[in-house]
Design a protein around this ligand. Structure first.
Ligand SMILES: [Zn+2]
Length: 342
């Protein structure tokens, strides 16, 4: 631990974190380890932000895991002093070990209680999703909110990398806000991270970012930082802006952001959510088609027995296609350009 090897110990000897532990660093930061892969920090002079950074909810999405591992290391060794309470979550440790997205079930469909529905907490992804939710809830509610204390700002960035290449390499999914306004400041922060494409959700989901947004009013995003590569094979220069901004976010009381200019961003809203309902579900574009490739109205995008799915508008683009999902799960999203205020 003195060398900051929290993730390595979590992966190799998770039993060492079987019960929660707490200790202080020499700079006064209190460290709370709730379980393997779950570590929170409370600096002696904590600012008004409560920040959650999660990674590895998909085990093979390594670049964000490497970024968070390094940030945790730097905090533990005293190299980086935090300005705000920060919780780091390394999501799916067993999936990391086998270099797969998940072991039994896609964890990013198991939040907002979905882990306990149906057959219940029957696999490690379901139990872990619940444990991550509990950790987030405990972290956000640890400080009593009193009328004379300044507003606390809750933030959660769930960091991912996409399976396939993308025309817009980095993009973020903004969870459905149930009519509340989108935060221009938050989108400006995404822009400073190099994330210039924002996808606005139009409905509740069982993703991690929707959970913290909906249940705790956190400024929350699923952030896709590029394409999946194995550990050690990431060109970390491609992630330099994101890492720099995340470092500033947690270590500076206030950060200076460029003014939000909507024209600098590609903003999309979800148009169609296409689920696989039959064995013969097929996509009608190549396996290597990048995310955000757009089509003319009427183009056949996918089909299965009893259904044909076409682009319904010119410029409708595909995101997250995956014909191999389990029956009943989402196989494709389509999006169309929009503006923030629409
Ligand atoms: Zn992912």
């Amino acid at each position: 631990m003195q060398q900051g090897q929290f993730l390595a110990i979590s992966r190799q000897s998770p039993e060492r974190f079987a019960s929660p532990m707490s200790f202080s660093l020499s700079n006064g930061t209190v460290v709370d380890i709730l379980a393997e892969g779950i570590i929170g920090f409370s600096p002696a002079q904590a600012g008004n932000k409560d920040i959650v950074l999660s990674c590895g909810v998909h085990g093979n999405e390594t670049a964000p895991i490497e970024i968070c591992d390094e940030l945790v290391k730097n905090v533990l060794t005293g190299e980086l002093t935090l300005a705000h309470r920060t919780l780091f979550l390394f999501g799916n440790l067993p999936a990391m070990d086998i270099g797969k997205r998940f072991v039994e079930e896609n964890m990013n469909r198991l939040f907002s209680g979905a882990h306990s529905e149906g057959e219940g907490l029957v696999n490690q992804e379901r139990r872990r999703a619940k444990q991550l939710e509990d950790a987030v809830a405990a972290f956000y509610t640890a400080l009593p909110v009193s009328s004379n204390s300044p507003e606390r700002e809750r933030i959660h960035y769930d960091l991912h990398t996409a399976i396939r290449a993308s025309k817009n390499e980095k993009f973020a999914v903004y969870p459905y806000l149930h009519g509340l306004p989108h935060s221009k400041e938050q989108i400006a922060f995404m822009g400073a991270c190099g994330v210039k494409t924002i996808l606005l959700s139009d409905a509740p989901t069982t993703t991690f970012s929707y959970f913290s947004s909906h249940d705790f009013g956190a400024h929350s995003f699923t952030v896709e930082l590029g394409k999946v590569r194995p550990f050690g094979e990431n060109d970390m220069r491609r992630f330099a802006d994101a890492k720099e901004m995340l470092t500033q976010l947690i270590s500076q009381h206030a950060i200076t952001l460029p003014e939000f200019v909507e024209e600098d961003f590609d903003i999309y809203r979800i148009h169609q959510t296409i689920n696989r309902t039959q064995e013969d579900f097929a996509l009608h574009f190549g396996d290597d088609t990048p995310n955000f490739t757009d089509y003319k109205k009427g183009t056949l995008l996918a089909s299965e027995t009893g259904a044909r799915y076409e682009a319904q508008a010119d410029g409708e683009a595909i995101v997250f296609p995956n014909a191999k999902v389990a029956i009943g799960q989402r196989a494709l999203l389509t999006v169309i350009p929009t503006t923030l205020d629409e």
